[in-house]
Design a binder for this molecule. Structure first.
Ligand code: ADP
Length: 261
């Protein structure tokens, strides 16, 4: 009857308890599995520059090494050390974002100035490949953690330069959008390049940890963590990040930020 239906028996309760503890074990296993996957990748990625550094030091210590080879070897060591620093910074950033330990320092600031500062940082890289960078002017004021959004922009811009063809273009533009669900205004920032583009079948994996489009490794060095970091930062601001790309034509990476004016 009705009353019995509303009451749990001791057996029901003990069954629920068992189910709940089984679910807790399954979640913990999934979490540990993901973590150990991350650690395995991390160790693998760190090993390559370390092996290169060890080989360089062994060479440098050889008594029969001709003097004129020294500079080249030291240059390789500098390059590999930079790579190690870049890798450890990326890993730390991903780990912090994943654990939810990122503290945002939110303030209002003019977007255009941040766009020009970020472009300045990748300017030399773009110039080396004769890539033209255009920033469309705007007067928006956004509310965000300026330093972290700068990191997002630098990641997107350096990808737009890295995966562009020589003599290509990068266009940075912003416009206001109104989100009907939340009734809030956002600035949408688009970073467009005229590079290799991303094959359709890989597009949905772009923001996953360590994902790199196959064969990219042969063209450019990287960790496959930059876009994961971008997504973590943008989502911590309640924004969205996505891409549109046409293989052989180029890509546009877009993200949103809360807009004030
Ligand atoms: P990384 O550049 O260190 O490999 P990212 O997470 O920034 O890591 O990018 C992941 C992969 O996505 C890159 O390896 C590259 O294959 C692809 N990618 C990123 N940005 C672009 C772009 N603008 N055009 C083409 N491919 C891109």
């Amino acid at each position: 009857n009705k009353e019995d239906n509303q009451r749990f028996t001791d057996d029901d309760i003990s069954m629920l308890r068992t189910l709940a503890s089984q679910a807790a074990v399954a979640i913990e296993n999934a979490r540990l599995f993901q973590q150990s996957d991350f650690i395995a990748e991390l160790v693998h990625e760190l090993r390559n520059p370390l092996v290169a550094l060890k080989a360089s030091t062994t060479l440098l210590l050889r008594p029969d090494l001709p003097e004129e080879k020294h500079d080249d070897i030291v240059e390789t060591m500098r390059f590999e050390t930079d790579r190690l620093i870049g890798l450890t910074d990326d890993f730390l950033n991903v780990a912090r974002l994943e654990s939810g330990r990122v503290q945002l320092e939110i303030a209002a600031f003019p977007l255009y100035k941040l766009l020009t500062e970020s472009v300045q940082i990748i300017h030399q890289h773009a110039a080396d490949k004769q890539i033209d960078v255009v920033i469309e002017p705007n007067d928006y004021v956004v509310e965000a953690d300026r330093g972290k959004i700068k990191q997002v922009l630098i990641n997107l811009l350096s990808n737009a330069a890295k995966y562009n063809r020589p003599g290509g273009q990068i266009i940075v533009a912003a416009h206001a959008i109104h989100d009907l669900d939340s009734e809030e205004d956002f600035a949408q920032i688009d970073v467009t390049d005229t590079g290799y583009g991303i094959p359709r079948e890989h597009q949905k994996h772009m923001f996953q940890k360590f994902f790199r489009v196959p064969n990219t490794e042969k063209l450019e060095r990287g960790t496959g963590l930059g876009l994961t970091i971008c997504k973590g930062i943008v989502e911590a601001h309640s924004g969205r990040i996505w891409l549109k790309s046409e293989e052989g034509q180029g890509s546009t990476f877009s993200f949103t930020l809360p807009l004030i004016i």
